[in-house]
Design a protein around this ligand. Structure first.
Ligand code: RB5
Length: 148
């Protein structure tokens, strides 16, 4: 699995802590898409960069870190085909994979500590999407089409 990770300044420290954890994980390659310091940046730039890399097929899944995870998740979810969950607990992380097949996880550095963040990331990476037709149908209905 090819995983991308990106943050703004508000998530830079937690991203720096998560990268080595991800790199130790078997079967994954990790691409760090920035930012590279705690200098002030704009979170949408990083969310859009990561979303584009997933939609182009360059990456399979992504992790976004900002202060709360909220701005990153809003920006990522503007892209059709991106299903981003902002998450501060492992239950939501697991269920977002099973039911929603989320392909991006957003975390807030100011919300969760490193230990919980690692558990959330691990739960999210370990869980598979539930391919039951009812979940697949609902996921298909997420994508924008004609007004219903
Ligand atoms: C930056 O101050 C902060 O607004 C950003 O990291 C994020 O929390 C936005 O949702």
């Amino acid at each position: 699995m090819r995983i991308g990770i990106a943050s703004d300044h508000g998530g830079f420290r937690l991203k720096s802590e998560l990268v080595p954890v991800l790199r130790e994980r078997a079967g994954v390659s990790v691409e760090d898409l920035g930012t590279t310091s705690d200098a002030s940046t704009d979170y949408p730039d990083y969310a859009h960069r990561l979303a584009a890399a997933i939609l182009s097929g360059e990456l399979d899944r992504g992790i976004l870190v900002c202060g709360t995870g909220v701005g990153m998740s809003i920006a990522a979810n503007r892209h059709a085909g991106i299903r981003c969950v902002v998450c501060s607990d492992t239950y939501t992380a697991r269920l977002s994979r099973q039911h929603n097949d989320t392909n991006v996880l957003a975390i807030g550095e100011r919300v969760v500590g490193k230990g919980l963040a690692v558990e959330i990331v691990t739960a999210w990476l370990d869980e598979a999407a539930d391919m039951d037709p009812r979940h697949a149908r609902r996921r298909e209905k997420i994508e924008p089409t004609e007004p219903r």
